[in-house]
Design a protein around this ligand. Structure first.
Ligand code: GLU
Length: 296
């Protein structure tokens, strides 16, 4: 028998890794939290491979994710979902937002943005520097001229969007009722230059499409939820509950990450270490020397 989440639905949770590197202990911890959240409630756990960055995603990393989860003793329900198979739905949503006048083309390059930041100072948000709005107020003729000649991304005009959406809230199981503050991240890119869709747009659409009732993910993504909540309102999508769990930190207090070469699960797996025991230790908050859990 399956238990019911709030609002009477069956609980559906997802684990959503990006296959752009090997998973590490932080991912194993996140996978265990998501798995246990679903299974403890008789719910489902979906596995969604977030491979929208077509340049950096590699099939060998997908294979490693599947092997890692099996090694940890974590199974999932239904077929593995690949975001790369859903590109048309992201494009459609992007077009809807453009039709509402909520996206504008941005011609800034990394170096032009660095120069503006040096000249005018940087406002730093929870996810890094906030876009200063350089391309927001270009004249329509400038815009159409430049669109013909220059590569561009598409940014969300957060002020316009907030005018449409009004005040927004979400229920966070860890932090209680939250008021969304999408301004905190500024005009985020929803359609990048180099990849078909941004994380923010793809993940919000997919959580709705996969009927996720409880988004269980690391607290490093807490700030993103402000934007996701806004996108739900603009695209008329259901609102899941959120559980932002603590994340694993290294000796310097920084989140474990693929780019900082944190020890991979694949190395432990191939060395013959028992995955079920590692999962058991993570569940009991027993970590290798130097690794700690953020305070939440
Ligand atoms: N794909 C994201 C990552 O690997 C996680 C997305 C999410 O849980 O919302 O960090």
């Amino acid at each position: 028998m399956t238990s019911r989440g709030y609002l009477g639905q069956d609980v559906v949770v997802r684990f959503a890794p990006s296959p752009n590197g090997l998973l590490h202990l932080g991912h194993a911890y996140a996978a265990c939290v998501a798995y246990d959240y679903a299974r403890d409630r008789g719910g489902k756990l979906l596995l969604r491979i977030e491979d929208i960055d077509l340049g950096r995603s590699k099939p060998e990393f997908v294979d490693a994710i599947l092997a890692d989860l099996q090694w940890l003793g974590l199974d999932w329900d239904g077929p593995v979902i690949f975001q790369s198979e859903r590109l048309a739905s992201y494009t459609k949503a992007g077009e809807q937002l453009k039709a509402k006048g909520l996206l504008y083309p941005c011609f800034c390059t990394r170096s032009s943005m660095r120069a503006v930041q040096q000249d005018e100072g940087v406002v730093v948000g929870p996810d890094g520097p906030i876009y200063p709005g350089t391309c927001r107020n270009l004249s329509p003729s400038d815009r159409s001229q430049r669109m013909k000649a220059e590569p561009h991304s598409w940014r969300l005009d957060v002020e316009e969007a907030i005018c449409l959406s009004g005040d927004l809230f979400w229920h966070d199981e860890t932090h209680g009722k939250q008021t969304a503050d999408p301004r905190a991240l500024g005009d985020v890119v929803l359609i990048p230059k180099e990849t078909p869709v941004s994380y923010h747009l793809a993940v919000t659409l997919d959580d709705a499409r996969d009927e996720i009732t409880h988004v269980v993910r690391g607290e490093d993504l807490f700030a993103s939820t402000h934007i996701h909540r806004l996108l739900q309102a603009l695209l008329n999508l259901p609102i899941p509950q959120y559980i932002h769990h603590p994340v694993l930190l290294d000796q310097t207090g920084v989140k474990l990450s693929k780019s900082r070469d944190s020890a991979s699960l694949a190395v432990l797996r191939e060395a013959g270490r028992p995955g079920y025991l590692i999962a058991d230790h993570l569940r009991k908050n027993i970590f290798p020397v130097g690794i700690t859990l953020s305070k939440g």
